[in-house]
Design a protein around this ligand. Structure first.
Ligand code: DCM
Ligand code: DCM
Ligand code: ZN
Length: 271
């Protein structure tokens, strides 16, 4: 996701964590305001293009070698690269968070990666191999040329929300409040309980593979409903947008709710 998505996911999570979880992560992140999660949600993107941070560039995605729209599916052994993917990274940084022998700065960094990667795994094109997660597919967005990955990362959510594009934190905060209400008492009330069914802190790979397979299923149904070649050069801000927007809302809501549950499990184990 772009900044808007990651920050919204972090604010949703802050709305659902328990009190002791909030205190634990505010301490670890050195920020005792309500922005303690949102403030670090895009850190992993800010370092991935630096010389120091390059080791983490493949950690944001998993390239599912499926065949949309006829076959979708992720396989950890087949799809996770030797130097890592979003699933192995969630496993690695979750276990670092649980390791009290590590230095606080290491667990601080691990927290920032986990907060970001729980977000990315819910973006369908971060769980897809075709054209490097759609980066190599040119499409049109309101008459201008964009790549498909960017449209799913940012353009659709930005159009949905409107508002002043420069006020990313304000827009994300507002979006998070709306989605929090939908989870607590609106359209996600019933299904949200199942979003955190079967979370296994001792098996982050199995847990995040469930998340990955859910995201990847949308590659067949909503990203490439007629296959990857059919979308090249198409204008996506019309009918395509109308169908994609509810998927993005759902995935962002789920990511935030699951991040809260995951952080609750970690804070409980550590206290
Ligand atoms: N980004 C960046 N520097 C670049 C290219 C992109 O900081 N040279 C940022 C912009 C988006 C984010 O990365 O917010 C997208 O990352 P991803 O697509 O990994 O989610
Ligand atoms: N990306 C992806 N799958 C890939 C390669 C990249 O999901 N196989 C994501 C990571 C960034 C965005 O696409 O969010 C742009 O990546 P890059 O700057 O590496 O081209
Ligand atoms: Zn990312």
């Amino acid at each position: 996701w772009g900044s808007l998505g990651h920050i919204a996911i972090a604010y949703i999570a802050s709305n659902f964590v328990k009190e002791n979880t909030e205190a634990y992560f505010q301490g670890l992140l050195g920020n005792d305001t309500e922005h303690y999660l949102a403030g670090v949600a895009t850190w992993a993107d800010s370092i991935r293009y630096t010389k120091w941070g390059r080791f983490s560039k493949n950690f944001h995605f998993i390239d599912a070698k499926d065949d949309p729209p006829t076959y979708c599916g992720v396989d950890f052994v087949r799809d996770c690269k030797e130097d890592g993917c979003v699933v192995s990274s969630l496993q690695n940084y979750t276990s670092q968070l649980l390791d009290s022998k590590l230095w606080p700065w290491q667990r601080n960094q691990a927290a920032k990666f986990v907060i970001h990667f729980v977000g990315d795994i819910h973006q369908p094109l971060h769980v897809e191999n075709v054209a490097q997660g759609g980066n190599g597919i040119h499409v049109n967005w309101q008459g201008h040329e964009f790549n498909l990955h960017h449209v799913w990362d940012s353009s659709i959510a930005e159009k949905m929300l409107g508002g002043n594009r420069r006020k990313t934190y304000d827009n994300a905060f507002r979006w998070a409040s709306d989605l929090t209400d939908e989870i607590k008492s609106g359209k996600y009330l019933t299904e949200s309980a199942s979003w955190i069914d079967g979370l296994l802190l001792d098996d982050p790979i199995a847990t995040s593979m469930v998340w990955a397979n859910e995201s990847n299923a949308y590659v067949c149904s909503h990203v490439f409903p007629e296959g990857p070649t059919a979308i090249i050069g198409q204008e996506l801000a019309g009918e395509y947008f109308e169908k994609a927007a509810p998927v993005i809302e759902l995935q962002v809501a789920k990511a935030g709710y699951r991040l809260a549950a995951w952080l609750n499990l970690i804070a409980d184990r550590m206290s």
